[in-house]
Design a protein around this ligand. Structure first.
Ligand SMILES: NC(=O)c1ccc[n+]([C@@H]2O[C@H](COP(=O)([O-])OP(=O)(O)OC[C@H]3O[C@@H](n4cnc5c(N)ncnc54)[C@H](O)[C@@H]3O)[C@@H](O)[C@H]2O)c1
Length: 403
């Protein structure tokens, strides 16, 4: 039986609305009972729209409300730290949206604060939680695609919906901080959260918009076991919101498409117009609507995990520690953009394992003389083997006929 939680929602913008909609429509017992917006009128209207009994334009009052046991942070990135430190001081469980912070130093301060206060902390990285991602992660855990070698994650759209995202000071960066944080954590989950990210190589540029931050970025994150996480982000992409992941393993492959081309396509002349899906870019012609955005984005399963974890006194899948690691990777990305070199990921805390990248011959053993490089069935029915002589290193090929 789920316990009832009373939530303070900080923020009445896009994510405050999505979170409240998800909470009030789904698990049922958890209710937002206090909402904060810096603009009192907006807070009042939001409270009315979502049947929330209390509202305020004072953040401290919202967090310290005596009935609140869970605080959800859904305000701009530069305000996450203050909100989290206040919640930790008040002894409340705190769930923070992505990115955890503008940089690793801020994230570390937040991590230390919640851990020192001993309060529950959840990192609201929703894109780990779409049902198909959870299922894919389970398949990887079961060894169905072998060792993950390479994970490519992409999030691109035409740019954010509010002023503060475009301001380096408030956001802490551009498309990398906004979208790359998702992609980095997706790859980290597929490669293994206990595998240390060691270095990054990143390109970023401001190709389209008149801003100081980057509106494009591509990065490689190298993990200690040799695996590579690749992210691609853009605030200048036309055609909707492209959210895709590709996972390559030694025994298999997974392709995920979350938003465009999910199997739901619709044509309209645009006679009625209206909302299609977040950042769809168009309401006429061939469209890619999204059946249930809260589900496709993982909000429903994410809150299930978060609130069940509180009730069961366990950690959720995503914690502030994960948010801190992501911030540290992004910090290294910005250094690499400037240096144009591989740069180390500096982690003050590492709770995963240490692994070596040495390859064992056991997996490629063929016979006493050769290692197997590749085996392929040819059009004439024969099977071709590419073999490497262990002594000389010479590569040869050999045909065999298989039954
Ligand atoms: N998929 C996701 O998990 C996801 C999606 C969107 C946004 N976010 C995150 O949620 C947070 C908010 O983003 P959003 O899209 O809701 O933004 P938004 O602009 O739609 O809403 C921001 C909210 O914060 C308030 N606000 C803005 N400046 C403020 C200030 N100086 N002081 C106090 N309040 C202020 C606004 O009034 C509004 O209520 C960001 O950290 C963003 O990265 C996460």
């Amino acid at each position: 039986m789920s316990k009832e939680h009373k939530i303070t929602m900080l923020g009445t913008g896009l994510i405050g609305m999505f979170y409240t909609m998800t909470l009030h429509n789904q698990r049922g017992v958890d209710r937002v009972h206090m909402v904060y917006s810096r603009n009192g009128e907006k807070a009042k209207q939001f409270a009315k729209d979502w049947n929330i009994p209390k509202w305020t334009n004072n953040m401290s009052e919202a967090i310290n409300d005596p009935d609140t046991d869970v605080v959800i942070v859904g305000i701009p990135n530069n305000l996450h730290k203050e909100a989290v430190l206040t919640a930790a001081k008040a002894g409340k469980a705190v769930l923070c949206t992505k990115p955890l912070a503008r940089n690793a130093a801020e994230a570390k301060e937040m991590l230390d604060a919640v851990e020192k206060a001993g309060v529950f902390n959840g990192y609201l990285e929703d894109l780990i939680y779409p049902p198909k991602t959870l299922k894919s992660l389970e398949s990887v855990k079961n060894g169905e695609i072998g060792k993950v070698l390479w994970c490519r994650s992409r999030e691109t759209h035409s740019g954010p919906h509010s002023d503060w995202f475009w301001d380096n000071e408030q956001a802490g960066g551009g498309a990398i901080v906004d979208l790359g944080c998702h992609c980095i954590e997706i790859s980290r989950n597929f490669i293994g959260k206990d595998i240390r990210p060691v270095e990054v190589m990143c390109w970023a540029d401001t190709l389209v918009h008149p801003i100081d931050a980057e509106d494009h970025g591509v990065g490689l994150v190298r993990y200690e076991n040799g695996s590579i996480g690749q992210f691609e982000v853009s605030w200048g992409f036309q055609g909707g919101m492209d959210l895709r992941d590709e996972v390559s393993g030694t025994e298999g492959t997974i392709w995920l498409n979350h938003f465009l081309r999910t199997g739901f396509e619709m044509f309209t002349t645009g006679a009625k117009g209206g909302y299609v899906a977040e950042k769809s870019g168009s309401d006429a012609g061939w469209l890619f609507p999204v059946g249930d955005e809260a589900h496709e984005m993982g909000y429903i399963t994410m809150f299930h995990d978060m609130f069940n974890a509180i009730d069961e006194n366990r950690e959720p899948i995503e914690t502030f520690y994960d948010g801190y690691i992501v911030n540290a990777i992004m910090d290294a990305c910005y250094i690499s953009v400037k240096s144009k070199k591989w740069e180390p990921v500096n982690l003050e805390v590492w709770r995963g394992k240490t692994v070596t990248t040495e390859k064992s011959d056991a997996e490629t053993w063929f016979d006493d003389q050769y290692l197997l490089v590749k085996k392929e069935r040819m059009p004439d029915g024969q099977t071709k083997l590419i073999l490497k002589d262990k002594e000389s290193g010479k590569i040869i090929q050999k045909f065999i006929t298989e039954e």
